[in-house]
Design a protein around this ligand. Sequence first.
Ligand code: MG
Length: 351
Amino acid sequence: MIAHFDIDAFYANVEIRDNPDLRGKPVAVAGSSRRAVVLTASYEARPFGVKSAVPLWRALEACPDLVVVKPNMQKYREVSHQIFAIFERRGHPVQGLSMDEAFVDFGDCTLDAGRELAQTIRGEIFEECRLTVSAGVASGMMVAKILSDSCKPDGLESLAPGREAEFLAPLPVGRLWGVGPKTQTRLQERGITTIGDVAALSDERVRAIFGSWGMELRDLARGIDRRNVEPERETKSISTEETFEYDVCDEKQLRELLREQALELAQKLEKEGLSACTIGIKIKRADFQIIVRQTNLAEPTMDAQQIFVSAVHCLQRAELGRSPVRLLGTRVASLVAGEPKQQTLFAGSLQ
Ligand SMILES: [Mg+2]
């Protein structure tokens, strides 16, 4: 489950929060030069057509009562740090898109658990920063972002896995990632107006229209979104690996080693007082090809059994077949301080 969070009217709402006189009024944050444009407008200003990138003179013409506030970037940066600390609090991978917008990878969890977690984070941001944030929860990044955009302000919207294609089909093709206004016009000339139209294209047509990029775009249109949430900061991690004297082809033997590595990593985590949200494995095959697989957990763990089960899951996803393996390693990352709330006590008795 992936969540997309976006603070509502970020600059404007920070200013309104800090100056209650502005509440309920049309507010625009903008510079003071003659060529200034609106950076952010409050929701009260938007019915007048006052929004980001509109020239300030035009905004004032459309909405004479508009209260214009000068931006205070230093303050917005500080609030942004506070918000990102909340996103990162539980150790999930976080990818920021701007000061007030981020994807958070909730890992393998149910839709209900994802919604609940998003709701908790929304609550924390309101409690600690006095700002409202809208969130979308879905199986992929693009759908999560479309959902959070569509439920603004102060909304939470989610989509059950498996319903992506059906949800996307009626939306205008411009909502697809990578399709800008120019491409949209070009596509409309060919009768392609909705995302569903792209989803229905044949291999041949999709290649003819979009080139090499086409198959990926059609997958996105069909709700298949393979991109991962990529944190920009190097996540601290702990890993262990072993190179074999002889190539190993036996999966049982590989599992055996993963079990030992899980125990070792669980002990290290416990010693450091850390829990991990990301479990990954690294495999070097006898032909020197390196395969990495990782999985994100909904709750951080320092439990050996859970690390082992996740590592085996990664091993299965590596689809090795009978190819000989030269090296196997396990890695835990997205580390957070402290023990998880409900720790299962499986360590030392791995099945
Ligand atoms: Mg925003």
